[in-house]
Design a protein around this ligand. Structure first.
Ligand SMILES: CC(C)(COP(=O)(O)OP(=O)(O)OC[C@H]1O[C@@H](n2cnc3c(N)ncnc32)[C@H](O)[C@@H]1OP(=O)(O)O)[C@@H](O)C(=O)NCCC(=O)NCCS
Length: 274
């Protein structure tokens, strides 16, 4: 445990007593946020064996930040905002392309080659190199998005500042998430997988193999799968209903890209090697 980590844990134990006047707590918390912003710290990461490690103390620092900051007013042209947190800056230096209408909060990390169409990236989120966050997609707090991912238009990636101890959503490298998918509460999409438009995935939703009928998991689409939203019959005392599931309709070979979701290099080129 680093000394910064132990100090954050100590501040968190007395979070109810803290106010924006507490200079020492603010110094520690702001340091964590700066390190998140620069990618030196992450809220969570996928270990080489596949397990997700959550650095709970980093998430606590984000919660402390809300406690230690007052509301500030910002005027941008005709728009007025009132918030406790700042937006991210310095995109050109970071090699990130940001289309007008996009916002990312300070304390999110965007790797070189990321493209933000008019979209939103919340604090604590981590986005890998070459990933496209398409129009009206939202990357919730602490979500972990891999490299060369495409979050298509209107995708909702849930955030996990609340409840405490929730695991962030993880989208692994090279995944394609179709338009208007909702992926929340620690759900996970494996490397190279394709999720059909309009799929809902959370840790309660069964992921079923269409070839065998086996339930592969709840809320976790394995690597290199093509999966779509489907329904399964369920009996209740009140009758039979169809509840959603996610159906793996096809397996890709390792490294294969589905021909319908191949990346268009010309849309992604912004002169940054990723
Ligand atoms: C998932 C997807 C890649 C599947 O493409 P595919 O492998 O060529 O599969 P098909 O189109 O042959 O569909 C296979 C079956 O799944 C069904 N299906 C396809 N997409 C579906 C979806 N999003 N939800 C539910 N079912 C779907 C089809 O009806 C078809 O059923 P059938 O076998 O009875 O005919 C594609 O349908 C999709 O959703 N692409 C995402 C599009 C998108 O969001 N673009 C973003 C632009 S910003």
């Amino acid at each position: 445990m680093t000394s910064l980590e132990s100090r954050i844990d100590a501040w968190y134990e007395r979070i109810d007593t803290l106010t924006p006047d507490n200079v020492e707590a603010r110094r520690d918390v702001e340091l964590v946020i700066t390190k998140l912003d620069d990618g030196q710290l992450r809220v969570a990461e996928v270990e080489p064996g596949g397990a997700v490690t959550v650095h709970e103390w980093v998430r606590r620092a984000i919660l402390l930040l809300f406690r230690l900051r007052g509301i500030q007013r910002y005027d941008v042209g005709p728009f007025e905002y009132a918030d406790k947190l700042e937006l991210k800056h310095d995109f050109e230096r970071r090699g990130v392309r940001v289309v007008p209408g996009a916002s990312a909060r300070r304390g999110s990390f965007l790797s070189p080659g990321v493209i933000l169409m008019p979209s939103y990236v919340n604090i604590g989120a981590w986005v890998g190199a070459g990933t496209m966050v398409d129009t009206w997609a939202t990357v919730g707090s602490c979500a972990q998005i891999g490299a060369n991912v495409h979050l298509a238009g209107g995708v909702g990636i849930g955030g996990v500042l609340e409840p405490a101890n929730a695991v962030p959503v993880v989208i692994e490298d090279d995944a394609f998430i179709g338009s208007r998918c909702m992926i929340v509460e620690g759900a996970r999409v494996g490397r190279g997988s394709v999720l059909g438009a309009g799929t809902i995935l959370n840790p309660s939703i069964p992921v079923i193999d269409a070839q065998t009928g086996d339930e592969l998991s709840r809320g976790h689409v394995p690597d290199f799968c093509v999966a779509v939203s489907a329904g399964r019959r369920r009996e209740f005392p009140g009758g039979e209903y169809v509840l959603p599931c996610v159906l793996v309709i096809r397996r890709l070979s390792e490294g294969e890209r589905h021909d319908k979701v191949a990346l268009n290099a010309i849309l992604r080129d912004h002169g940054v090697a990723t």
